[in-house]
Ligand binder design. Structure first.
Ligand code: SAM
Length: 241
């Protein structure tokens, strides 16, 4: 998978080369290019913003610079899927992470200030698939952190990135539920004991216990996830809960 990121703060993306993502780059599973948007400016101040039409606070990122940058970075075959982080976008979910993990090319366009002139998104949409995506109902200063979040969620789904592929398959959201609690040695820590069933060696009972924990946690913390699941997602033991 090829990933390009356009930003006015390339150094913000340095963590993309650390830890698991860095290993994925070293193994050749992904290639990442971070581009400085200011390379497409023509004035001495390398200005990327201007005041908003219609008035109001803040500044808006100028369309000419974004347009030229995207023309160059998105050129080539296949056309990439362009992802524009914005709090006004569709929610980023595990399902969308899976969709992105199947793409050969992703380009991320990091906004700053009040965001990017909307015509940049409208224009790009005539040539490629464009998603305006939000990582949550809060407002960040810029799109860089949102890109780190999305890239990490996507890249860990690629074959060969995680040591054990079962990890991703058993994570929260893979079956529509939150994952239950995890424990490791020692058996008792500060008078708190590991649930006995986990020491039983009985895998049928352990699986049932994990499923119940997962259902209970989801019911208490994210009931809307349970409501969204179809009837077939539950077995007769689940319904007894
Ligand atoms: N005026 C915009 C609004 O109210 O929708 C907020 C702009 S925000 C200060 C600047 C940039 O941060 C956005 O263009 C976007 O790239 C990024 N950003 C902020 N919050 C985000 C979120 N929840 N999800 C994704 N990107 C976000």
């Amino acid at each position: 998978m090829r990933i390009d990121v356009l930003t006015i703060f390339p150094e913000y993306l340095d963590p993309i080369r650390a830890a698991l993502l860095g290993k994925a780059i070293d193994k050749g599973l992904i290639s990442v290019d971070v581009h400085d948007l200011r390379d497409w400016t023509h004035d001495v101040h390398k200005a990327v913003d201007n005041s908003p039409y219609g008035g109001g606070p803040g500044m808006v990122m100028r369309p000419q610079i974004w347009g030229d940058a995207l023309d160059q970075v998105c050129a080539g075959d296949p056309a990439p899927r362009l992802v524009v982080p914005t709090p006004a976008g569709r929610p980023f979910t595990q399902a969308l992470a899976h969709e992105y993990a199947a793409e050969p090319r992703l380009v991320f366009a990091c906004g700053r200030y009040e965001g990017i002139d909307q015509r940049v998104i409208d224009d790009a949409s005539t040539r490629m698939r464009v998603d305006e995506v939000s990582i949550g109902d809060y407002v960040l200063v810029g799109g860089e952190v949102a890109v780190l979040v999305m890239v990490e969620a996507v890249v860990r789904l690629l074959p060969g990135v995680l040591g054990n592929p079962r990890s991703a398959a058993e994570d929260s959201f893979s079956d529509g539920l939150l994952e239950g609690p995890s424990y490791t040695r020692p058996e008792v820590w500060r008078d708190l004991a590991v649930p006995e069933v986990l020491l039983s060696g009985n895998h049928r009972l352990i699986d049932r216990w994990r499923r119940d924990q997962s259902l209970e946690r989801t019911l208490h913390r994210r009931p809307e996830l349970l409501e969204a699941l179809p009837e077939e997602a539950f077995d007769k033991h689940d319904r007894a809960l």
